[in-house]
Design a binder for this molecule. Sequence first.
Ligand code: ACO
Length: 324
Amino acid sequence: MVNKMITNTTPETELERLFQAKIDAEQKIEPKDWMPDAYRQNLIRQMSQHAHSEVIGMQPEGNWITRAPSLRRKAVLLSKVQDEAGHGLYLYSATETLGISRAEMITALQTGTAKYASIFNYPTQTWGDMGAIGWLVDGAAICNQVSLQRTSYGPYARSMIRICKEESFHQRQGYQIMIELAHGTPAQKAMAQDSLNRFYWPSLMMFGPHDSESAHSARSMKWKIKRETNDDLRQKFIDQTVSQINYLGLEHPDKALEWNEERGHYNSGDIDWDEFYSVINGNGHCNRQRIQHHVKAHEDGIWVREATAAYNLKKEQRLARDAA
Ligand code: ACO
């Protein structure tokens, strides 16, 4: 256990040494522990972007709640979308422990300073997209988030445990929609194939640029914020998805996909990185619409925040009066 006494006079280099030793020993960093400013800022960046992704991710699926094909499907989709709001809440709260307010994070999202996952800028055109998102998008998110359960920052790691449990359920409900469509009428099977074709490549982009192009990976791996690299996680997802596509009886969208005996992994075709950078820089199909919708919902909710603040003030005043 790295547990040396830290005082106000401990030199910065010694603090950094102790901090890294703690991380190397797989101990968690907690909110009141000393941490380098760059570690704090990197976590705020990643965690707040993660929170924004959960919240903006409610929009493409929210689009289908009123058009779900049955009452049961509507109830399932509604609760899934509510779960995503919950994930956003845990992550915003966990990020606030690093000394940034929710209001600052929301401003960064709405002004385009902070990113959110590229995948949520693609439109949801058919019911099959609800299957593809649950299966592929939540599936890719789990691949990444299972490893984040071991991230070095305590509040982030703990929030990931519950999120992963819920995401596993989301992934299964998406795959179940795909099974029904893929084994249904020819028109339903064609819908499933079309959704797979449109969401497969953007799902691979969720893991971020290649390791050689990833600005933050090296430092994030050293600090164990990230436990596996973008390319390793993407490979895991590519490998696990092949048998799932086979089981559905659908065609794989990657025509260059090939088993590599030597590596023990599938080789895959090239990702369209121009498309990825265009989307993360604000020029995807739905970027503007997603932010406009968020701004409107946020403004429409001002009265709720004001009412909560007024109620809390009244409660505090009453408690102070009673105590006097
Ligand atoms: N969508 C949008 N932006 C991305 C994406 C993506 N799929 N991948 C990378 N980027 C951005 C990074 O945020 C970074 O931008 P910034 O410097 O402005 O913050 C830039 O591209 C460079 O990428 P990396 O250096 O590889 O960034 P990082 O080390 O943060 O790795 C990753 C990216 C893998 C997404 C990481 O941040 C992560 O694991 N985040 C937590 C998981 C998460 O956010 N999941 C969101 C989807 S899950 C869901 O909502 C259901």
